[in-house]
Design a protein around this ligand. Structure first.
Ligand SMILES: Nc1ncnc2c1ncn2[C@@H]1O[C@H](COP(=O)(O)OP(=O)(O)OP(=O)(O)O)[C@@H](O)[C@H]1O
Length: 253
């Protein structure tokens, strides 16, 4: 369980204090316009940045109090870009720094459709392939594998993990993430620009604007046409709005 107690930052980029819980079993989507503070919030949730006020706790202990090795086994961050100085084979990079067995690594490669690329150098991958490698690496870091025996309560944080994926890979990844939450008791938190993916797969959504969380709740409650039109300054196709199921976000011509 990840818990935020009045977590905020004052130095640029500033973030208005926020308190909430990210419970196991849920997929949370963080959405908002460019520059709203989504990546900033994710770095706070991961512990890579320490808040100026308040604290983020994992299982009751502030993130900065955790032993680095133990923390790495309990929470993983998938950044937006893969930046590497070496042309590691995919399989080696995915396993790097983890205690995963060869069988576990193969299982994780298979989950992300990466087995055909396992021997390829990571500097010779497409954008979408690189993105899937980064997710696979995070899953290995958390101890996922063939046995799927990862202790419940692991936290997986992802910054725009679908931005380079085709629609089939988007669906497979979002189903995998939701399944990890629901079936393996993980906390999964995804920054997403695609509001339809957030609407379809997230249990809860946080909407950010100018360094502040301005709405939180189910996709139906947060992703309303009026709110999205105002926050994103976008004109939506009203004929696509639905009240009986997950909202559908379509731009007006
Ligand atoms: N190191 C920094 N120093 C000062 N301002 C920063 C710094 N990093 C980011 N910012 C600013 O803070 C704001 C929030 O940035 P952040 O990357 O968190 O936004 P975001 O919601 O993830 O945006 P995007 O959707 O474009 O990825 C932006 O206005 C950005 O320009």
């Amino acid at each position: 369980m990840l818990t935020l107690y009045n977590v905020g930052v004052t130095a640029p980029p500033a973030f208005v204090p926020i308190s909430d819980r990210l419970p196991p079993g849920e997929l949370l989507a963080i959405v908002g316009p460019n520059g709203a503070g989504k990546s900033t919030l994710l770095t706070l949730l991961s512990g890579y940045r320490r808040p100026d006020r308040g604290s983020v706790c994992l299982d009751g202990m502030p993130l900065h109090g955790w032993n680095a090795r133990q923390l790495a086994r309990r929470r993983a961050l998938v950044a937006q870009k893969l930046t590497l100085g070496f042309d590691w084979p995919v399989r080696d990079l995915v396993a790097l720094g983890s205690t995963a067995s060869p069988d576990d690594v193969e299982a994780v490669l298979s989950m992300l459709d990466l087995q055909p690329l396992a021997a390829r150098g990571v500097q010779h991958l497409s954008g979408g392939e690189s993105q899937r490698v980064m997710v696979a690496r995070a899953l290995c870091q958390l101890g996922l594998g063939r046995s799927m025996s990862m202790p419940s309560g692991g936290v997986l944080l992802l910054d725009e993990p679908t931005s380079a994926l085709d629609i089939g890979q988007q669906q497979r990844l979002m189903r995998l993430l939701r399944g990890l939450a629901e079936m393996h008791g993980m906390t999964v938190c995804c920054v997403l620009h695609d509001l339809n993916l957030a609407a379809r797969y997230a249990h809860r959504v946080w909407l950010l604007e100018r360094g502040e969380r301005i709405a939180a709740g189910t996709p139906e409650a947060v992703l309303t046409p009026g709110c999205l039109a105002r926050v994103f300054g976008a004109e939506l196709d009203a004929s696509a709005s639905r009240t009986d199921q997950a909202p559908l976000v379509l731009l007006a011509p």
